[in-house]
Design a protein around this ligand. Sequence first.
Ligand code: SIN
Length: 531
Amino acid sequence: MNRYIADFNSDEIEKEYHDVLVIGSGIAGVYTALEIPEEYDIAILTKETIEISNSVLAQGGIAVSLDKEDSPELHFKDTLYAGAGLCDEESVWVLVNEAADNIEKLLEYGVNFDRKKQGELAFGREAAHSKNRIIHAGDTTGKEVCDKLISVVRTRNNIKIKERTFAIDLITEDNKCKGILAYDEDTASKKLYLSNVVICATGGFGQLYSRTTNPEVATGDGVCLAYRAGARLMDLEFIQFHPTVLYHPLNKSFLISEAVRGEGAILRNIHGKRFMPEYHELCELAPRDVVSRAIFQEMKKTGATNVFLDITFKDKEYLENRFPNIYKTCLSYGIDMAKDYIPVAPAEHYCMGGIRTDAFGRTGIEGFYACGETACTGIHGANRLASNSLLEGLVFGRKIGQEVSKILKDNGKRKFDISIKYSANRSEATVNADEVIRHIQKIMTEHVGIVRNREGLLLAKQEVGKYFDLIKNMKNSTLRDYEMQNIVLLATLIIESALEREESRGAHYRTDFSKTDDVNWKRNIIKKLEI
Ligand code: SIN
């Protein structure tokens, strides 16, 4: 495998220097940028426009133990329970203990969360939480938070937003971060962004699957550029499938928030029978991996493509008020959730694994940090607790901001230049990137999805391996080519990790190893896998 997926000569391409580079414009990226003092010059590189990210689509909310009957200890316990024995406890303590301060900061930035009549924050419920602790803004919490943060970013003269700028690879010398080789989508040309500090907040990789709640930009670019630069990746086999994603001929990726089940909605199979009590004592509010597997089983048993979510016992006015976006979207497909069952099926939603970091986002490459879904601090273990993801972006974003600020203060501003010429022996072979990606999505969905086994994983490995060999020395020239490189690499690494874990735990369920192995289990940490 080549160190860089594109050739470049730093003496010949345009260069731009910044004190800090942030890749990605979701909650983790923009919040971290805001946590760095204004005397430092920051550029946020984002593949699409700044408004397009996975965070914007987050519906449910943010978990925080602010209610008088709640505590960080209970939030800690619930996170560990959902994480199926694989959470990094130290990092989870950081998450739950520092949640409230960061929510305070969001309130200062003007984020409007829903409140009760008396004015206090309203707390919703989601799966596997023992208390009502989800603060929300209707059913578009991510949008409210991102809109407010982006509006603050726009007032900061020290932060430049570089849209339609794709981060191809991390530039390193002697395991030290030097910047980003980027692709300007409008001019179709490469450019070097130089910096000793790069914060990777590129989100997840839902686009490896045929059905996902993630936007089209979620192709795992950050994880792959980190891997090629020598960072360690962790827990890649744990992919969360959200149980209730709309299943309609015209829309198979719209999320029906878990908050709907938090308000009492029940799941029925196509014969109208409620089934969750047969699978778990928490019924519809069991951890996500349990609910998704139960739906998978019911669909298999009944030969159906979906199940139904039933909240018809609530009236229209209530639903329109509590879930305005979901209500409106369902209605646009002819589903009145006050009267009709909503057809749903699980779809890829979140990856627990990613770039291995400590609680300060450090990756092992000097100056290179990771935050949000692309990072893996170990807080989610084998299955993320609902509404811990936006929180993760805030809590660890702030910690990275503090760490980076200290380093910048100690080191002072250090402008530098580099001279690197990289050229690999590349083939002229061309492939249709869209076709390759579609095929990978099919393979991953069929064999590396909610339920796996060795036979399917080996088949997936063989199929993905063919693409890997075909494209590994390709001369990539379009954005889609770069995305394809990342999708194929990541699929390969996920399959390896899933094969390696010969047990079932959280979101990783293998029919050939259906038990959790508490004696021999280990964490999958990948460092420069030889492939
Ligand atoms: C949801 O609203 O169901 C998604 C929330 C989350 O992924 O934490």
